[in-house]
Ligand binder design. Structure first.
Ligand code: ZN
Length: 237
């Protein structure tokens, strides 16, 4: 094997390694799972939001009823106090007592309303809590996946950096004009600028060579290498 051939073959090998690693990093199964999970979690969050929005008017009505009950209770107390201390005439006392009774009745109504609203609210809150509970395993899984994806990416990135350093060394071993030819083909075809022929096929693009091209490839020795008619990569003898 000539020196040029060995140097280019070594470059092909490291370029394919780098491409495989980058492919692994960009297509982690954990990342696909995470993406799907995030779609699911967005849907869950939307359901929770809808459930919360559905009970918001009930909550507002409940709080208003509570306030009303408290206001009426205060008013009732004031009236009862006035009655207790009153030195007024019978007619006025009767009027105050009548108002106090009316206020008491309205307060009772507000209390009942608040209670009914509270029951409604509890059903709604339970629904929200249930939806949160249903989403919990997915949230936990998301945390796990995020950690796994980050760790795998970091490890693959480290390996890619190491392989790129190795590539620089291998590039240095290729003659400049040959390297220029290689890089031009790599830019065009991607991954590597040269390929091997395995079982009559270019192993860069996996397309079978025509018999005539195969004969031409067999005839190449150390001199000019032919390019794959399909992907344009140099076909190493
Ligand atoms: Zn090819």
């Amino acid at each position: 094997m000539s020196e040029d051939l060995a140097a280019v073959a070594a470059l092909v090998e490291v370029d394919r390694w780098i491409d495989r690693l980058a492919g692994q990093r960009d297509h982690l199964p954990e990342q696909s799972e995470l993406t799907a999970l995030e779609v699911e979690l967005r849907e869950r969050a939307r359901e929770i939001e809808v459930a919360r929005a559905a009970i918001a008017p009930t909550r507002a009505a409940y709080e208003a009823a509570l306030e009303e009950a408290e206001r009426l209770a205060t008013r009732e107390r004031e009236l009862r106090d006035r009655l207790a201390r009153s030195t007024a005439g019978a007619r006025e006392i009767e009027a105050v007592a009548h108002e106090a009774d009316q206020v008491a009745e309205r307060r009772q109504g507000a209390d009942e309303r608040a209670l009914a609203l509270l029951e409604e609210l509890e059903v709604g809150d339970a629904r929200v809590a249930e939806l949160r509970l249903v989403a919990q395993p997915a949230l936990t899984r998301r945390e796990e996946l995020m950690a796994t994806v980050a760790a795998l990416r970091a490890s693959l990135d480290d390996e890619i950096v190491a392989r790129r350093t190795e590539r620089e060394q291998r590039v240095a071993a290729v003659a400049p004009d040959l390297l220029a030819r290689y890089e031009a083909r790599r830019t065009r075809a991607g991954v590597s600028g040269a390929a091997h022929v395995v079982d009559g096929r270019c192993d860069g693009c996996r397309i079978a060579l025509a018999p005539l091209d195969l004969d031409r490839w067999r005839a190449t020795r150390d001199a000019e290498w032919i390019d794959c008619p399909s992907c344009g990569r140099m076909l190493l003898p």
